[in-house]
Write a protein that binds this ligand. Structure first.
Ligand code: BES
Ligand code: MN
Ligand code: ZN
Length: 501
């Protein structure tokens, strides 16, 4: 785990392997961003000119390494691009800083310690830099035995803040708790499905619960059977390893509200009897990203000490074909009592979520937010970096969209058109688990809505696009599990605690 230290040392006096500075585009060419004045001085005021000669333009995502001149205590200076210099009087966007810090930390994999002298004009900026650096320093190395595998940066020293300032210290601590939990979600998503299955996932939650004072309850197959959880059981039936429903609860003595979070936790989605073709299952260990995000958000809320109750529900199952698997044509009796005709066993996420949503509703929370890698249709609609938001309350949907924007997560509000419901009419059961192909992401949302308790505010985040990143790493986003939606969920919990929601 990467350590975060706050330092009062000047950029020219701190000992580290590398010193990170920001550079930006201005009308007059490349400029060194505030925070790195002492570094520029060590270059005789020519740092920008040297970098321009090396080809730097200050574009976002750009990283240029150069050896330090005498006068600096770090052998290497790493200049990261911040895009255009902000308008007069404005500071850099938090997400710009987060990404630049992430690019820097990622570029420094294998180094021990780096000092960050990026432009921080507020505690919010410092928090963004700390978050970006800690998220960018992530690498999944658990299964790499080779000695050459590069380890992430071991220590990040944050310059430019006031370590004795309470708000600044709190911001750094919040960034650390949040980033570590996002990295925990990434670890779970990246963990191979032969080792992460419902039982082991539940055991990991139980252990974390002990560490952070959370109440954890696990329903195993027997308990699910006794309780009538036909959706979760129906999806898990084909696998050698049985399903689980995990409840992980954080409570605060002064909490006035309770937020319920429900996560899709398909530890592997083969499609079941409606088997996915080759090319569509290689990354399906990521199908528990919603559960990982919910788990991470609950632990982060606890570590930050938010004055709100947050209850996480993880619907865990492995979707496999076998002689015992649910068939297309089977009818499941759900926890709510509704019957569902399974027309496609690959539409399994909505089945496990339905039971968890009904169960979560029984506790009458102030709101329920579910998170799921639910549909390929949402990826077609919004691409690989944006999650879709659906809700039974327009204001709540807007609030989540704005919250996501504030924490630097891309999202977009999507409708739940009532006319799509009839496509799920079943001649045999109350509803089918599939409807029209067009608008498939919205059809899935409409299905989920039927399992939410009367009068409960509910939103659904379809993170199928951004949950797992297959392209080249960028900013603080690595290859593989991203931890998408955790920042949004934690901010949502914070706003709920503050009475803003
Ligand atoms: N887990 C998939 C959705 C998915 C697709 C996640 C791509 C991440 C990346 C989900 O269980 C699924 O298979 N959905 C089907 C539903 C269809 C059969 C109605 C889909 O989207 O094709
Ligand atoms: Mn599926
Ligand atoms: Zn799935």
């Amino acid at each position: 785990m990467t350590a975060l230290t706050l330092s009062t040392a000047g950029a020219a006096t701190l000992r580290a392997d590398a010193l990170v500075v920001g550079v930006a585009k201005s009308g007059k060419g490349l400029v060194v961003a505030p925070g790195a004045e002492a570094v520029d001085k060590a270059f005789d005021g020519k740092l920008a000119a040297v970098l321009e000669t090396l080809g730097a333009a200050g574009a976002e995502g750009e990283a240029t390494k150069l050896p330090s001149p005498a006068g600096l205590k770090t052998p290497v200076v790493l200049a990261v691009g911040l895009g255009s210099v902000p308008e007069d009087g404005e500071s850099y966007r938090a997400e710009t800083l987060r990404r630049a810090a992430g690019t820097a930390a990622r570029t420094l994999h294998g180094a021990k310690k780096a000092a960050f002298a990026l432009p921080v004009a507020s505690t919010e900026d410092a928090e963004a830099v700390a978050e970006g650096a800690l998220l960018g320093a992530y690498a999944y190395t658990a299964y790499q035995e080779s000695k050459d595998a590069k380890k992430p940066l071991a220590e990040i020293a944050l310059l430019g803040g006031k370590p004795r300032d309470k708000a600044f210290k709190a911001a750094a601590e919040r960034a650390q708790a949040l980033s570590e939990e996002i990295n925990r979600a990434r670890d779970l998503i990246n963990m191979p499905p032969n080792d992460l299955y419902p039982e082991t996932f539940a055991a990991i939650v139980t252990a974390a619960g002990k560490e952070h004072g959370l109440k954890v309850q696990v329903l195993d197959e027997k308990a699910l059977d006794k309780g009538g959880y036909g959706g979760i059981l129906g999806v898990g039936k084909g696998a050698a390893r049985g399903p689980r429903l995990v409840r992980v609860a954080y409570t605060h003595p002064k909490a006035e509200k309770t937020l319920a979070l429900v996560g899709k936790g398909i530890t592997y989605d083969s499609g079941g009897i409606s088997l996915k073709p080759a090319g569509h299952n290689e990354t399906m260990k990521c199908d528990m990203s919603g559960a990982a995000a919910v788990f991470a958000a609950v632990v982060a809320a606890a570590r930050i000490g938010l004055a709100v109750n947050v209850t996480g529900w993880l619907a865990l199952a492995e979707n496999m074909p076998s002689g015992n698997a649910t068939r297309p044509g089977d009818v499941l009796r759900m926890y709510s009592g509704k019957t569902v005709e399974v027309l496609n066993t690959d539409a399994e996420g909505r089945l496990v979520l339905a039971d968890a949503l009904t169960r979560a509703s029984e506790e009458n929370p102030d709101a329920i937010v579910d998170v799921a890698t639910l549909t390929g249709a949402m990826v077609l609609a919004l691409g690989n970096r944006t999650f879709g938001i659906m809700a039974n309350d327009d204001e709540y949907r807007t609030a989540i969209h704005e919250t996501a924007e504030e924490v630097g997560e891309a999202s977009w509000p999507m409708p739940l058109p009532a006319d799509l419901r009839k496509g799920m009419d079943s001649p045999t059961a109350d509803i089918a688990n599939m409807g029209e192909r067009m608008g498939g992401g919205l059809v899935a949302g409409l299905f989920l809505q039927e399992f939410v308790g009367e009068g409960i505010t509910w939103a659904h985040l379809d993170i199928a696009g951004p949950a797992f990143h297959e392209g080249a790493p960028y900013g603080y986003t690595p290859k593989g599990g991203t931890g998408s939606s955790v920042r949004t969920l934690v901010k949502l919990a914070e706003k709920t605690a503050d009475g803003e929601l």
